[in-house]
Design a protein around this ligand. Structure first.
Ligand code: 6PG
Length: 237
C-alpha cells in the first residue's frame, strides 16, 4: 500500500498516529510491542513527535526498541542512530527496553551479538522475533537498512556486518537482513524528497532487480507493507 502525504511534516504526523495505533494494538493483543527503528534523517521528526506530542499515548514500559541497522561508531558520535534517538525520544518517554546494536564492538562481533539479542526475543521456529513494526528508509541508491546495492541477496543469517559508503555517513555497519524484516507484522518505508523520486519509481514500478535495488527485497511473508511517501518522492509515480 502506498500513502502519499503532502510533505515530511504531514508524513511524520501520519506515521506517528499510525505508530501509536500499532503499538497499542500489539500491547493489547500480546502484552508487548516490538519495533525496529530506522536511522537516517527521514524518521527524525516522527521520533520527535512520539517523544513530545504522543509521549503519553502508549505504555512505553511495554515497548521494546531495536534497530534495522546501526553504524559502528560510539553512541556519542553524531552518526550513531541509537544516540540520535535517545535524546529526542527515549529520554522523553523514559524508555527502558532498548536493545541497541553494541556499536562499540568490532562489526562482526556486533552482528553476532545482535543476533543473540534477537534470539532472546525469538518466536520458534524462528531465531528472531516477529517484529510488530519495522521502520525503514530508502536511500537514493535504493538501499534500505544497511542492505546496499551489490550486497549479497541470498542470505541465511539474521544480521550482517557490512561496509558501505553512502553520503557522509559512517561506512561500517550492522544490519538486519530481509530474513528478519520480512517476518514482521508491519513494515513501513518512510521516503521523502525529490532526490528519491527516480529510485522510488524503479523500486515500485520497475523490473525486479534486488541486487541493484535492495529495497525490493522487502516483501512481508505474512504482514503488511506500507510506503509512506511525500509528494516530492511520489512525483514520478
Ligand atoms: C541509516 C538507515 C538508512 C536510511 C537511508 C535513508 O542508518 O542510514 O537505516 O537505511 O534509512 O539511508 O536515509 P535518509 O532518511 O537520511 O534519506
Amino acid at each position: 500500500m502506498i500513502t502519499t502525504l503532502k510533505d515530511i511534516s504531514e508524513l511524520s504526523q501520519y506515521a506517528a498516529r499510525s505508530f501509536i495505533g500499532i503499538a497499542n494494538k500489539a500491547i493489547e493483543e500480546r502484552g508487548r510491542f516490538l519495533v525496529a527503528l530506522s536511522g537516517g534523517s527521514t524518521p527524525m521528526r516522527l521520533y520527535e513527535l512520539l517523544g513530545d506530542q504522543f509521549q503519553n499515548d502508549v505504555d512505553w514500559s511495554r515497548a521494546h526498541f531495536f534497530w534495522g541497522d546501526e553504524r559502528c561508531v560510539p553512541v556519542d558520535d553524531a552518526g550513531n542512530s541509537y544516540g540520535q534517538t535517545k535524546k529526542i525520544l527515549f529520554d522523553k518517554i523514559g524508555a527502558t527496553n532498548i536493545h541497541r546494536v553494541n556499536s562499540d564492538l568490532a562489526p562482526d562481533s556486533a552482528a553476532m551479538d545482535y543476533a543473540h539479542t534477537l534470539k532472546v526475543f525469538s518466536e520458534p521456529p524462528l531465531d528472531w522475533p516477529r517484529f510488530d513494526l519495522v521502520l525503514l528508509g530508502m536511500g537514493d541508491d535504493g538501499h534500505t537498512a544497511s542492505l546496499f546495492p551489490n550486497s549479497p541477496v541470498d542470505v541465511t543469517s539474521p544480521t550482517l556486518a557490512v561496509t558501505a559508503n553512502y553520503q557522509d555517513r559512517p561506512a561500517s555497519r550492522v544490519t538486519l537482513t530481509q530474513l528478519v524484516i520480512n517476518d514482521a507484522r508491519e513494515i513501513w518505508f518512510l521516503v521523502a524528497g525529490k532526490n528519491k523520486a527516480e529510485t522510488l519509481l524503479n523500486v515500485l514500478d520497475g523490473a525486479y532487480k534486488p541486487r541493484l535495488y535492495p529495497a525490493q527485497r522487502i516483501k512481508p511473508v505474512d504482514g503488511n507493507l506500507v510506503w509512506m511517501i511525500d509528494e516530492e518522492a511520489a512525483s514520478l509515480l
